[in-house]
Ligand binder design. Structure first.
Ligand SMILES: Nc1ncnc2c1ncn2[C@@H]1O[C@H](COP(=O)(O)OP(=O)(O)OP(=O)(O)O)[C@@H](O)[C@H]1O
Length: 363
C-alpha cells in the first residue's frame, strides 16, 4: 500500500499541529540517529551494487517488522529514484528527507508514516538516518520513540560499532551516539529586541549548535531556529538529551521576557507590526516565500500575545510549510514558475486567512 503524496500535501505532519507542551515557542522536538551496516563500506566508498543491496536489506527487514506488527503497518517505503523532482522537493519542505538525499543519485529511499512522526532515510550521508519528530517540547518521548525504532532495526541487522567509540558514522562529528537531539523554536521577540546573537553565542559556548529552519547551512527563516547538540561522543544518550532539554526553559524565559518588554515598552509599534503583517498576508496579490515567512512570523507572535484572535497557531504553522514552492505546486496540481507561484501563494494565503480563520474561501 503506497503513501499518496497528493493527499499528504493537503495536511501537515503531527509535529506541526501545536499539540505538545510550550507550543507558542517550541514548535517541535526531533531526534535523529546516524547508523551504518557493518558489512558495507561507508557511503563515500559504497558502489552502486552496495547501495542497492543496503536498500534491499533494509526494506526487507522493515517489511518483516511490519508483518510481525512490531512496526506500524502504515510505514511506507518510498523509492526516491522513482519520484520526480517536485515530489522530492516536497519531501524536503516537509522535513521528511534532506536536500542532499533529494539531490543525490543512485539507490536511495525513505520510509515514512502518514502522521510523519517517523522517517528512516536510506543511503544518505550514512546508510541509515532514523528521525522521529513530535509537536512541542517533548524530548523524552521523542527520544524513547527513536530508541525503540533503533532497537527494532538493530535486532535485524549488524550496525557498525566499536566498543571504544560507539556507533561508527561517515562524519567523525557523529561518532559515538550518532544522535542529534533538537528543538525547533520560534524566537521573534529576541530578534526584534536584537538579543538573538548574544543568546546564540552563549549556546555555542556550551557546545550547542544553532541552525536555521532547513538545517545545516540554512538561513534563519521566519525567526525559527533549531537548537541541537554539537557533540555526540563522550556523553550518553540520556546526558545528551538532558543537555538540550536543560537549555530550553532558559530560552523560553528569555523569549517571554523579550515579549513582555515589547508589550510594555512599545505596544503601539508591536501592534502596528502585527496588524500590518496580517493585513498584507490577507490582501496581497503576489508575494514571495521570503516575505511570507517574515510576515507569518509577526502574525504568529501576534496570536501568541492575544493581538490576533481569529486565527490559531496551528493554521500559521501549516501556512509556513504550505506556502513553500513545492507545496504550492502540489496543492495547485501543476508546475508553476516563480512569478505564478507568487500569485498562487498570495491567493492561498488570502483564502486561508480570510476573516473567520482557516479554510474560509473568498468569493
Ligand atoms: N526540532 C525540529 N523540528 C522540526 N524539524 C527539525 C528539527 N530539528 C531539525 N529539523 C530539520 O531536520 C532537517 C535536518 O537537520 P540538520 O541539517 O540540522 O541535520 P541532521 O539531519 O540532523 O544531520 P547532520 O548532523 O548530518 O547535519 C532540517 O531540515 C531541519 O530543519
Amino acid at each position: 500500500m503506497g503513501l499518496d503524496l497528493n493527499e499528504l500535501a493537503q495536511n501537515c505532519g503531527e509535529w506541526l499541529r501545536g499539540t505538545g507542551p510550550e507550543p507558542d515557542i517550541v514548535v517541535s522536538s526531533r531526534v535523529r540517529l546516524a547508523r551504518n551496516l557493518a558489512e558495507f563500506p561507508f557511503m563515500a566508498k559504497a558502489t552502486e551494487v552496495d547501495r542497492t543491496e543496503i536498500e534491499r536489506i533494509l526494506r526487507e527487514r522493515i517489511d518483516l517488522l511490519k508483518e510481525e506488527e512490531r512496526l506500524p503497518r502504515n510505514l511506507t517505503f518510498l523509492d526516491l529514484g522513482e519520484l520526480n523532482e517536485l515530489d522530492r522537493r516536497f519531501l524536503v519542505e516537509r522535513q521528511l528527507i534532506s536536500r542532499e538525499l533529494a539531490e543525490s543519485e543512485g539507490a536511495r529511499a525513505v520510509a515514512v508514516d502518514p502522521q510523519e512522526q517517523f522517517s528512516v532515510m536510506v543511503n544518505e550521508e550514512d546508510h541509515l538516518r532514523i528521525q522521529v519528530m513530535r509537536s512541542g517540547l517533548d524530548l523524552q518521548a521523542t527520544w524513547d520513540a527513536a530508541n525503540r525504532l533503533d532497537d527494532l532495526i538493530e535486532e535485524q541487522v549488524t550496525y557498525a560499532y566499536s566498543d571504544k567509540l560507539g556507533y561508527l558514522t561517515a562524519c567523525p562529528t557523529n561518532v559515538g551516539t550518532g544522535a542529534r537531539v533538537s528543538v525547533m523554536v520560534h524566537l521573534p521577540a529576541l530578534v526584534i529586541t536584537r538579543q538573538i546573537d548574544k543568546v546564540f553565542r552563549s549556546l555555542q559556548k556550551i557546545s550547542l549548535a544553532v541552525r536555521g529552519l532547513y538545517g545545516e547551512g540554512s538561513q534563519a527563516m521566519g525567526d525559527f531556529y533549531q537548537i541541537s547538540n554539537q557533540v555526540t561522543l563522550g556523553l550518553s544518550e540520556e546526558e545528551l538529551t538532558k543537555k538540550v532539554a536543560d537549555v530550553v526553559p532558559v530560552l523560553l524565559d528569555y523569549e517571554r521576557q523579550a515579549r513582555d518588554f515589547l508589550v510594555r515598552e512599545s505596544q503601539e509599534t508591536l501592534h502596528d507590526r502585527v496588524s500590518r503583517a496580517f493585513g498584507i498576508l490577507r490582501t496581497a496579490q503576489t508575494i514571495t516565500s521570503e516575505e511570507t515567512l517574515h510576515l507569518l512570523s509577526s502574525v504568529r507572535l501576534g496570536i501568541n500575545l492575544g493581538l490576533i484572535k481569529d486565527v490559531a497557531t496551528p493554521t500559521i504553522n501549516k501556512l509556513f510549510i504550505h506556502t513553500q514552492p513545492a507545496h504550492l505546486q502540489k496543492l495547485a496540481g501543476m508546475e508553476l514558475d516563480s512569478s505564478d507561484r507568487a500569485i498562487e501563494r498570495a491567493s492561498y494565503l488570502r483564502k486561508h486567512l480570510a476573516s473567520g480563520g482557516d479554510g474560509v474561501a473568498e468569493n
